[in-house]
Write a protein that binds this ligand. Sequence first.
Ligand SMILES: [Zn+2]
Ligand SMILES: [Zn+2]
Ligand SMILES: [Zn+2]
Ligand SMILES: [Zn+2]
Length: 168
Amino acid sequence: MGYEIERFISEISDNLICKLCHKVYDNPKSLTSCDHIFCFSCIEKIVINENCCPLDHTLIESSCIEEAPPFILDYLSVMKIKCDFSEHGCRESVPLNRLLLHRLNCEFHPERKIKCTNCEVDVEKYRLSDHNCINLLKNKIDFLSDQINDLKNYYNNELSSLRCRLEN
Ligand SMILES: [Zn+2]
Ligand SMILES: [Zn+2]
Ligand SMILES: [Zn+2]
Ligand SMILES: [Zn+2]
């Protein structure tokens, strides 16, 4: 499935639209048998299930799927697209080849974690307003006291083995 046309700032040439999903190519592949280009996710199922090009019914097999021509890839890679999280408030548009990186670091990512100023635990941004600081702090205390116990055990063992060595 391609990218929604509305997400792009500039006008989209017909050369960049997948004839199966009618969206802008995502990971475009071309068929060596007929030179038609589709999103990989769109053509993948068809090759497996029907064995022929959906536009001209040329016979195809999985070895017929090739990387789309470089001019298509180059063209796509610099097209500016709105961030996936524009509904969450991100106003950024980035070239398609930087979308993945931007999405990972986008401060509007709904699952991005930020530090709560009360309990100082990292929580998902969307849960910040309704999370329970006390519960998180209890968990943290449990975790830390487990660690303290482990350390105590470790040093007790060390200590007794030292004592043993001293006595002998
Ligand atoms: Zn498609
Ligand atoms: Zn074809
Ligand atoms: Zn963003
Ligand atoms: Zn908190």
